[in-house]
Design a protein around this ligand. Structure first.
Ligand code: ATP
Ligand code: MG
Length: 139
């Protein structure tokens, strides 16, 4: 059965451009509840750990530099079918291929600076949420 939680982070380009609020509005309007949220910044080492699955890829060094270049806003989100529905809301990795009405279509600048992350499985949502939040308050 699909889980009801996913993990996201608003990436440095979108935070620096002042799009945090507009992106959170789209997330809430799509029916996601914010379970945990903060503003923080990754060191290169931590960004490298987060994207370790991509370490053999040609874009890895650039990705690590970009993801540690400024503030980010990580969040744990809750909704039925959260992982798949959220991937749909953010749109394709490359904004050139992202559908109308998606967050990346609206805010991403390039395949790298693509405004937002979304977990790709329930298992990774759990791992990534724990990467940023050691304790989640119950509201
Ligand atoms: P994310 O994991 O951030 O939600 P994604 O699952 O859509 O994105 P991945 O294939 O996991 O895409 O790639 C992780 C991130 O690495 C992308 O979001 C993007 O920032 C960067 N990236 C992916 N492919 C490329 C590429 N070809 N060139 C440059 N950067 C890339
Ligand atoms: Mg991914």
């Amino acid at each position: 059965m699909a889980g009801n939680k996913t993990f996201t982070m608003i990436k440095p380009d979108a935070v620096a451009d002042g799009n945090t609020g507009a992106i959170i509005k789209m997330i809430e309007e799509a029916g996601f509840r914010i379970v945990a949220m903060k503003k923080t910044r990754l060191t290169e080492e931590r960004a490298g750990q987060f994207y370790e699955v991509h370490k053999e890829r040609g874009f890895y060094q650039d990705l690590v530099r970009y993801m540690s270049s400024g503030a980010i806003v990580p969040m744990i989100l809750e909704k039925e079918n959260a992982v798949a529905d959220f991937r749909k809301l953010i749109g394709a990795t490359n904004p050139a291929n992202a559908e109308e009405g998606t967050i990346r279509k609206k805010f991403a600048k390039s395949i790298e600076a693509n405004a937002i992350h979304g977990s790709d499985s329930d298992e990774n949502a759990e791992i990534e949420g724990n990467f940023f939040f050691s304790r989640v308050e119950k509201f």
